[in-house]
Design a protein around this ligand. Structure first.
Ligand SMILES: Nc1ncnc2c1ncn2[C@@H]1O[C@H](COP(=O)(O)OP(=O)(O)OP(=O)(O)O)[C@@H](O)[C@H]1O
Ligand SMILES: [Mg+2]
Length: 455
């Protein structure tokens, strides 16, 4: 481990030099004779320990400590006071000092012991923070349900990119979990304690959106009575989530592009440049690439946004996750509605598996709320599901509409459809299942039900 860095601030040369001589074999020692020099050093270097006299020429040591403690990586601060000024020492501790020591009877061993003790304590605190962060990490990813390969891939990328400040572009159909993933990335990042600010770009007219994002000065436009801080500034140190990014107009695209390049912008009606340390996450359910081709979205901005691109799979592409999600939402709504609902009948689950879920996870969640509210027993039956979902088998059998016209039952029609699919694919079950949009598992079960195994 590198030697710890120690900054000693005292206006008396003898004290400074004396302390340096006593401590320099253990620490990397820096000296300052007043608060101003100390502040400059603190801003330039990162120190482990600040040891300062209370009485300094212009500004006292207490103020210096308060400033040091507001740094991103604050040092351990020990105040040296004149012998007997206990009250002052107590005040210093209140204001952020980690310890104090009476100067009159300054013993080097005692000083060293105090420094070591304070260092140990902050190490423990750092460990606690790390542990807490690990817990948060588990929690943030736990909210994202999905065991399918496609979802695992997503959560893996999320864990990889979260610690950095890289811009992330989230793509995927409506309801696939883009906002959920944006939250997870923020929670898993070192910015988790700073705010996550969300702006739905489609919800506001372009001019309003500009001042919403970048803020405005008083009198910038009619109705701007007060100066207003924009979302970028609100997200200082944290994350800004721009939802529906495909909707922003050409002018804002430029302003955003500049922010991504320089991390600066101007408030509306001001020419003062403001800088913000903000990580950007953008999302859209539009085909951005097509918008680029159509000249509606700047290509350079597109490239800047997709430093990391995460494509959320539709629920159709991961039907394997349906039971897991359905069960989780069932539990959520059963608790919320205080109902004893526990699981699904086979028929109900089959419908859930066969349905195409155009509204993805959001639609599944709403369907589960509907079902739980209607459910009269402990299991959700087909009857409890919304009509669109109940029509799922009919939809799967849609290509066999001609058969239905002949007054066949749904089951008969389904059987005929399966036979035809098998014929069309020369008996290749995987292809046949795919052809009629059935999962392979369901397909195999149906073969059994309709006694078609030997086909
Ligand atoms: N993998 C998942 N696990 C658990 N819940 C999920 C998952 N994906 C989505 N959800 C839930 O589904 C709902 C819709 O998700 P979200 O709002 O993140 O979708 P979106 O992609 O932002 O949709 P839109 O494009 O319409 O804004 C939310 O209630 C969310 O919590
Ligand atoms: Mg969304």
């Amino acid at each position: 481990m590198n030697p710890r860095t120690l900054l000693i601030v005292d206006d008396e040369k003898n004290t400074r030099e004396g302390l340096r001589a006593a401590l320099e074999d253990r620490y990397d020692v820096y000296l300052a004779e007043d608060a101003k020099t100390a502040t400059e050093l603190l801003e330039r270097e990162s120190f482990d320990v600040l040891l300062t006299d209370f009485r300094l020429p212009n500004e006292d040591g207490m103020k210096l400590i308060a400033r040091a403690k507001s740094l991103p990586k604050p040092p351990i601060c020990i105040l040296m006071t004149a012998y007997g000024s206990e009250e002052l020492a107590v005040e210093a501790m209140k204001r952020g000092a980690d310890d104090y020591i009476a100067k009159g009877r300054l013993q080097i061993e005692e000083l060293e012991m105090r420094i070591a003790r304070a260092l140990r304590q902050t190490n423990l605190e750092a460990e606690n923070v790390a542990l807490r962060q690990q817990l948060d990490t588990k929690f943030a990813v736990k909210n994202v349900i999905g065991e399918s390969a496609a979802m695992r891939e997503v959560t893996e990328i999320v864990q990889q990119v979260a610690p950095s400040s890289a811009t992330v572009l989230l793509l995927g159909e409506s309801g696939t979990g883009k906002e959920l993933i944006a939250k997870a990335i923020h929670q898993l990042s070192p910015r988790a304690k700073a705010p996550l600010v969300t702006v739905h770009c489609a919800a506001l007219a372009p001019t309003l959106l500009e001042s919403e994002l970048f803020g405005h000065e008083k009198g910038a436009f009619t109705g701007a009575h007060e100066r207003r801080i924009g979302r970028f500034e609100q997200a200082q140190g944290g994350t800004l989530f721009l939802d529906e990014i495909g909707e922003i107009d050409a002018y804002l695209q430029i302003k955003l592009l500049r922010f991504l390049g320089e991390r600066t912008f101007e408030r509306v009606g001001s020419n003062r440049t403001v800088s913000a340390d903000v990580r950007l996450i953008a999302a859209t359910n539009k085909h951005l690439e097509e918008l680029v081709k159509a000249g509606k979205f700047r290509e350079d901005l597109f490239f800047r946004l997709r430093v990391v691109e995460i494509m959320l799979p539709s629920l159709r592409e991961r039907t394997g996750d349906v039971p897991l999600l359905a069960q989780a939402f069932l539990k959520e709504f059963a608790t919320e509605n205080r109902k004893p609902v526990k699981d699904f009948t086979v028929d109900a689950m089959e419908l859930l598996m066969n349905y195409a879920w155009p509204g993805n996870v959001r639609e599944l969640r709403t369907a589960m709320e509907h079902a739980v509210v209607l459910c009269r027993g402990e299991r959700i039956t087909a009857r409890d599901l919304p009509p669109s979902v109940r029509a799922a088998t009919a939809a799967a059998a849609d290509p066999g509409r001609a058969l239905l016209k002949n007054d066949l039952t749904v089951k008969e029609a389904e059987k005929q459809l399966i036979i035809r699919a098998l014929k069309d694919t020369n008996g290749n079950r995987t292809l046949a299942a795919k052809k009629i949009g059935m999962s392979r598992r369901t397909f195999h079960r149906k073969l059994h039900t309709y006694h078609l195994e030997g086909f």
